[in-house]
Design a binder for this molecule. Structure first.
Ligand code: NAD
Ligand code: UGA
Length: 461
């Protein structure tokens, strides 16, 4: 039995280790975290994150070969042969590179903690998303120890998406493992290849050098976000020209060179990683003097901010240029469906902007209200949190769909319309509703990348 440790029990550490434990009963997997409440939740029936299928996987392995603990951390580090480091790597908020570079303080503290508590050699795996050449720093810190202990540092970035994490971990498009081209580096790579080969077909396990692996993770997220910003840019043009962005996306996506995925126009992309990782890429380019390359990728973020701002501007304009005192129901707080995560959620950005307009905001989401309340901080006292969409919409002047939860598409909109203030507006930021049917019911319908279906024209600003 190999002792495998994961430092960081978050959205990546928890689900990833649960799936490894499920498929590798011959190994003991321990997950530690500095946050004891998170660990307590992992050990309870109320897991700290909502993720379809996660509970079932945890139930299979927890207590068998999967353990979550916040105690005896030093001893667990010492006993481990393989350590996955899956701590958070947020954008730096201070000093050089503030607002762009990755804040590596949690990362470096972890490296020193591993060193302090190790009496045997180990394989250390970067699971967190990190700037290129971070493994070099990690390797230097670890391998300059006075005891002559050897540590192999590998990069094994995670590509799971929230909401489909278990599916992605069970059936990954690929697993990427980067290591040094030395005998010990390659032996370490082989150990991790063998670990994944317990359930991932060998041809889907890609091995590269360390720097390619680190960079590929940032580039994958940048490309995905770039596709969303590209289609969102076109959605603005569609709204002006009478073209329909879903028809355009379908027409171009059927070209096999382009492909259909990540072409869904929306109120904007959110989540903890796209923005952070692109900022990180932009900073890396700037540090290398690649000003034009940095500006190219930064535009992906600017387009996203434009899309979010445009959505709110459309609401204000459509509703006679004033939202003050109007009840507005926001359907969705999570940054995407099937997760409780609200980090960088466009829903909360829209929510804050509507509060600035003095609207009376009601936030409705099946799983993310608690996180939303925390994220909104002091502003949460000005928001009504409501689980029931029918209650949220009662007396509202408008509804905005901000998260593509399937439940929102299945509601009885006639019942909702009848209970709203009139004229009733609906703004579909995810294009999940039947716009023609809503229009026929009496709604004024505004959908991303589509010509508005309205009973009368808004007054010009
Ligand atoms: P998270 O904030 O949910 O979890 C990180 C955890 O690490 C927290 O629980 C924190 O308490 C813990 N931690 C921090 N320092 C620690 C220390 N010294 N010892 C023990 N625990 C410590 O973050 P996340 O979403 O899981 O992301 C982790 C990394 O994975 C990031 O680099 C992120 O970019 C990357 N990533 C995230 C996703 C995703 O979908 N969330 C997907 C792929 C990659
Ligand atoms: C993303 C990547 O998809 C993962 O591969 C990666 O591992 C992860 O980031 C990470 O590094 O954290 P995630 O942010 O969980 O995963 O979710 P996505 O499905 O990528 O969605 C991100 C945002 O883009 C969401 O707000 C979603 O609603 C939006 N989106 C996505 C669109 O607006 N249109 C689309 O076509 C697709």
């Amino acid at each position: 039995m190999t002792n495998i440790l994961c430092i960081g029990a978050g959205y990546v550490g928890g689900p990833t280790m649960a799936v490894i434990a499920k498929h590798c009963p011959q190994h003991k997997i321990t997950v530690i975290d500095i946050n004891p409440e998170r660990i307590a939740a992992w050990n309870s029936d109320q897991l700290p994150i909502y993720e379809p299928g996660l509970k079932e996987v945890v139930d299979i392995a927890r207590g068998r070969n999967l353990f979550f603990t916040a105690t005896d951390i030093d001893e667990h580090i010492n006993q481990a042969e393989i350590i996955f480091v899956s701590v958070n790597t947020p954008t730096k908020t201070f000093g050089q590179g503030a607002g762009r570079a990755a804040d590596l303080q949690f990362w470096e503290k972890t490296a020193r903690q591993i060193l302090r508590n190790s009496t045997t050699p180990k394989i250390i795996i970067e699971k967190s998303t990190l700037p290129v050449r971070t493994a070099e720093a990690m390797s230097q810190i670890l391998n300059t120890n006075p005891n002559g202990l050897h540590f192999d540092v590998l990069s094994n970035p995670e590509f799971l998406a929230e909401g489909s994490a278990i599916h992605d971990l069970e059936n990954p498009d690929r697993v990427l493992i980067g290591g040094h081209n030395t005998p010990s580096g390659q032996a370490a790579v082989q150990t991790i290849v063998d670990l994944y080969a317990n359930w991932v077909p060998r041809e889907r396990i890609i091995t590269t050098n360390l720097w390619s692996s680190e960079l590929s993770k940032l580039v994958a997220n940048a490309f995905l976000a770039q596709r969303i910003s590209s289609i969102n840019a076109i959605s603005a043009l569609c709204e002006k020209t009478g073209a329909d962005v879903e028809e355009v996306a379908y027409a171009i996506g059927t070209d096999t060179r382009i492909g259909p995925r990540f072409l869904k126009a929306s109120v904007g992309f959110g989540g903890s990683c796209f923005k952070k990782d692109i900022l990180n890429l932009v900073y890396l380019c700037e540090m290398q003097g690649l000003t034009e390359v940095a500006a190219y990728w930064e535009q992906v973020l600017k387009m996203n901010e434009y899309q979010e701002a445009r959505f709110v501007a459309n609401m204000v304009h459509a509703m006679f240029n004033t939202l003050a005192g109007k009840r507005i129901a926001l359907f969705g707080a999570a940054f995407k469906a099937n997760t409780s995560d609200t980090r960088e959620s466009p829903a909360l950005i829209v929510c804050r902007e509507l509060l600035d307009e003095h609207a009376d905001v009601v936030l409705c989401d099946p799983y993310a209200l608690e996180n939303a309340r925390t994220d909104l901080g002091a502003q949460s006292s000005r928001v009504t949190f409501e689980l029931d969409p029918y209650q949220a919409a009662k007396g509202a002047h408008a509804i905005a769909i901000l998260t593509e939860w399937a439940d929102f598409a299945a509601l009885d909109y006639q019942r909702i319309f009848d209970a709203m203030a009139h004229p009733a507006f609906i703004f579909d930021g995810r294009n999940i509703l039947n716009h023609q049917a809503l229009f026929e019911m009496g709604f004024n319908v505004y959908a991303v990348g589509k010509e508005p279906r309205v009973k009368f024209n808004a007054i010009s600003s």
